[in-house]
Design a protein around this ligand. Structure first.
Ligand code: BMA
Length: 316
């Protein structure tokens, strides 16, 4: 899916959460708009807004139908509003409630937000937002031990060093009050990541545990211009781990290599920031197929598929 597919103005469509909902697949995606490559590179134009849009499909692969207007649009916020934009949506359905996790840029830092969406996906309300700086909040798709559980990625710049960030886990009785926070996975536990890691898509429940993706970033000072920006030194890959079925704060296994690394032209040679794989959605089909929806190069939405037993065999 690219910006050209949308019924409203968009420059880049990426980082999409997907669930099966009422007989179809519902996707929530990020859309940045307001400039193009030429404007960005040669005329110092920047994006004027970010929206979260909704699309639906019968099979989760093609035939996506777009809602006519975005669910959330930064242009609708007051000019001097504390919140500047919402982005990188993930979606789950828990006990019949549609819950959206969002990154929320504010004038006082980046916050991780959780909202509840109406059944028709045309409206939403904010339930809670973390203190800054925190993003990549991802809810487990069901309560565990009677509590809501989320993954998150605080950004401890002073104590860990700039961009040396880890994945944390917190619990809540009501989606509003979050606590009992624990470190889940440190960046040093991911052999190929020399920069930061973060949560990606809602974990999938299997008999062996929670199949869980994360994103991992390596930085290489020799990388120069990649994509629209003057310099882009990072590479984003998707990693895979297995968490204990009863206590997801226990990591059972981490696959030692990237599960998805940028290697096709759409991931390495095209897009806003090249070499970015950023999954926000994962679905387990009854056939054993796993669908992974990821943003490629901050420019389009891609779908990768795998067999669940193959993925588990990497971890057991
Ligand atoms: C992260 C987020 C993502 C983005 C990624 C790569 O920090 O901003 O939205 O996909 O960087 O640019």
């Amino acid at each position: 899916m690219t910006a050209d597919d949308l019924p409203y103005a968009s420059s880049l469509v990426f980082n999409a959460g997907v669930i099966r909902y009422r007989g179809e697949y519902v996707m929530v995606f990020r859309s940045d708009y307001g400039t193009d490559r030429d404007g960005y590179e040669n005329r110092d134009q920047r994006f004027t807004g970010t929206a979260v849009g909704v699309a639906r499909s019968k099979n989760g692969v093609d035939g996506w139908r777009f809602d006519p207007v975005p669910l959330i649009d930064s242009s609708e916020l007051e000019k001097d509003s504390e919140v500047r934009r919402f982005y990188d949506p993930r979606i789950v359905e828990i006990d019949g409630r549609l819950l959206l996790c969002l990154a929320m840029d504010t004038r006082h830092g980046i916050r991780g937000a959780i909202g509840e969406v109406t059944e028709d996906l045309r409206g939403w309300r904010l339930l809670s937002a973390s203190v800054p700086d925190n993003r990549n909040i991802v809810l487990f798709p069901e309560k565990i031990g009677g509590e809501y559980v989320r993954l998150e990625r605080p950004m401890p710049v002073y104590s860990r060093g700039r961009d040396r960030f880890d994945v944390w886990l917190s619990r809540s009785p009501d989606l509003v009050y979050w606590g009992r926070s624990e470190l889940l996975l440190g960046v040093e536990d991911v052999p190929w990541a020399n920069n930061k890691i973060g949560p990606t898509a809602a974990p999938v429940k299997t008999e062996k545990g929670w199949l869980t993706l994360f994103h991992a970033v390596d930085r290489d000072e020799t990388r120069g211009k990649n994509g629209w920006e003057k310099q882009w030194k990072k590479r984003y890959t998707a990693g895979l781990m297995l968490l204990d079925p009863e206590d997801p704060a226990k990591v059972l296994s981490v696959y030692r290599e990237p599960l998805i690394a940028p290697d096709t032209p759409i991931e390495t040679d095209a897009g806003f920031r090249e070499n970015v794989i950023f999954p926000c959605g994962m679905i387990a089909e009854e056939t054993g197929e796993i669908k992974i929806y990821y943003g490629a190069s901050d420019a389009c939405v891609c779908l990768a598929t795998a067999n669940i037993d193959d993925l588990l065999s990497l971890l057991l």
